[in-house]
Design a protein. Structure first.
Length: 420
C-alpha cells in the first residue's frame, strides 16, 4: 500500500475513533441523567430561573425604552423651535433687539422644501374671569392652525380653529382642559361659551391637551388659551414673535433643516444677532443611550443568577464525581483516558446547563408572547436575549464544569477501584 494511502487510511480511522468516542461519552452522560432524573432536574433548575430572568429583564428594559421614546416622540419628533437668543443693532444709547418676524417664517417656507408646516408663537399674559368673580393670570398664545399638527395636540371636544378663522380674524379660542373645568365645570360645557381677553370677547370653539404630559416644561401651561395669530398681533401691534415652530416632512431631515433655518434667518438680520433652533432629536438620542445603558446594567445583574446556577451545577457535579468514583476507576481500567473522563463530566455539566437554559429561554419568551397575544400591548421581544441566554448557559457549563471534570480525570484508577 502506498505511503500516502496508508496515511489517509490511518487519519480516517483515527477520526472515526474520535467520533465514536464522543458519541459514546454522550450516551454515557444521557444514561447518567436517566438514572438520576430528579438530580438532573434540580441541578438544571438554577439555569432555568437564570435564563428566564435574563430574557424577562431584557424584555422589561426594552419595553421601558420603547415607552420613554414613544412619550418623547409624541411631543413631535419633526418639531423645530426657532428662537431669538440675543444680539441686535444700533449704538449703545440706541440699541434695539433683533426679534424674529413673521417674514422670517415666510422666507424659510419658501426656501426650505423640507418644511411641512410652520407657525409663529406670540406669547401674552392676561387676567380673565374664571367664575364667581375670581380673576386669574392665564397664558395666551397667538398661533396659526398648523401649530396643532406641529405640536401633535389632541382636541378633546369641539374643534381647533382653522385657516378660515385665521384669515377672517375670528375671535375664537381653544383652551386647555384644566382651564375649561375651572371656568365652566367640564370641557363639554365650555364649548360656545364667551369670555374676554383685554375687554375683547372670544368664543371657545374647542378644548385641547398635549399628547404627552410635559409637566409645564413646554410653552403650554395648565391654564393656556390658544387664539389665531392674526388676532393676537393686534394686542402687540408689531410683527415680532418670540418663537417660530417648524415641522419637517421626514424625521431624518430635522437636524439638517434646523441648521438651514438658522442660516437663512441669520442672513436676514443683523450680523451679531443670534438665533437658535432646538429639536427633540438630541433628547431622543440621549434617552436611547441611557435606556441602553440601563438595559446592559440590568442584564449584568440578571447574569448573576446564571452564575449562581453555575455554582449549583459545580457542587452537584462534585458530589456526582464522588458518588461515581468506582465507575471512574472501572472506565480507566478498561482503557479510558484522562481526556475522555474529563470530557464526559464536562459534557454532562454543559448538557445540564444547556437544558436548563433552553427551558428557561422558552418560558422567558412565552410570557411576553402571551401578553402580546392576549392583550393590546406590543411588548418588544429581543431574539438576541435568547441567543445570549443560550450562549451564557454554555459558558457557565464550561466554566463551572471544569473543576469537577478535572477532579474526575485526575483520579488514580487503582485507588478508585478500592473505594467503597
Amino acid at each position: 500500500m502506498p505511503a500516502s494511502t496508508q496515511r489517509s487510511f490511518e487519519s480516517t480511522l483515527a477520526s472515526a475513533k474520535r467520533t465514536m468516542g464522543v458519541k459514546e461519552i454522550v450516551h454515557i452522560a444521557v444514561d447518567s441523567f436517566r438514572a438520576s432524573k430528579v438530580r438532573f432536574a434540580l441541578t438544571a433548575l438554577g439555569m432555568v430561573i437564570g435564563s428566564m430572568s435574563l430574557i424577562l429583564v431584557v424584555t422589561i428594559a426594552l419595553t421601558g425604552k420603547q415607552y420613554i421614546l414613544h412619550e418623547i416622540e409624541s411631543i413631535g419628533t419633526n418639531w423645530i423651535d426657532l428662537e431669538y437668543a440675543g444680539g441686535g443693532g444700533g449704538s449703545v444709547s440706541n440699541y434695539h433687539t433683533d426679534y424674529l418676524r413673521l417674514d422670517d417664517m415666510r422666507a424659510v417656507d419658501e426656501d426650505v422644501p423640507e418644511i411641512a408646516a410652520s407657525s409663529p408663537i406670540l406669547q401674552m399674559h392676561d387676567r380673565i374671569n374664571v367664575g364667581s368673580g375670581i380673576q386669574q393670570d392665564v397664558l395666551v398664545l397667538g398661533v396659526m392652525p398648523p401649530y396643532r399638527q406641529i405640536r401633535n395636540l389632541k382636541v378633546t371636544t369641539g374643534r381647533f380653529f382653522d385657516d378660515e378663522d385665521e384669515n377672517t380674524h375670528e375671535k375664537v379660542a381653544d383652551i386647555t382642559i384644566p382651564l375649561a373645568r375651572q371656568m365652566y365645570g367640564s370641557a363639554n360645557a365650555a364649548i360656545n361659551q364667551t369670555f374676554q381677553i383685554s375687554g375683547i370677547p372670544f368664543t371657545i370653539v374647542g378644548t385641547f391637551k398635549e399628547s404627552v404630559n410635559t409637566f409645564g416644561q413646554s410653552e403650554i401651561r395648565d391654564k393656556t388659551i390658544l387664539i389665531p395669530y392674526s388676532v393676537a398681533r393686534y394686542f402687540t401691534g408689531t410683527d415680532y414673535v418670540q418663537d417660530i415652530f417648524f415641522s419637517t416632512r421626514d424625521r431624518a431631515d430635522v437636524q439638517a433643516t434646523a441648521k438651514e433655518i438658522v442660516k437663512i434667518v441669520s442672513a436676514r438680520h443683523q450680523p451679531n444677532s443670534v438665533y437658535t433652533a432646538s429639536t427633540l432629536t438630541q433628547l431622543i438620542t440621549v434617552a436611547g443611550v441611557i435606556a441602553n445603558a440601563l438595559t446592559i446594567i440590568l442584564f449584568l445583574i440578571s447574569a448573576i443568577t446564571l452564575a449562581v446556577g453555575g455554582v449549583g451545577i459545580m457542587n452537584i457535579m462534585l458530589a456526582t464525581v464522588r458518588a461515581r468514583i468506582r465507575e471512574i476507576g472501572i472506565r480507566k481500567a478498561l482503557g479510558a483516558t484522562a481526556h475522555e473522563i474529563r470530557l464526559q463530566f464536562l459534557l454532562e455539566a454543559i448538557m445540564i446547563s444547556l437544558a436548563g437554559g433552553a427551558v428557561g429561554s422558552a418560558i422567558g419568551i412565552a410570557m411576553p408572547l402571551s401578553v402580546r397575544f392576549f392583550t393590546a400591548f406590543d411588548i418588544p421581544i429581543s431574539g438576541w436575549s435568547v441567543i445570549i441566554a443560550m450562549g451564557t448557559s454554555t459558558l457557565v457549563g464550561i466554566i463551572f464544569g471544569t473543576l469537577p471534570a478535572n477532579r474526575a480525570a485526575q483520579m488514580d484508577p487503582v485507588e478508585s477501584l478500592k473505594y467503597e
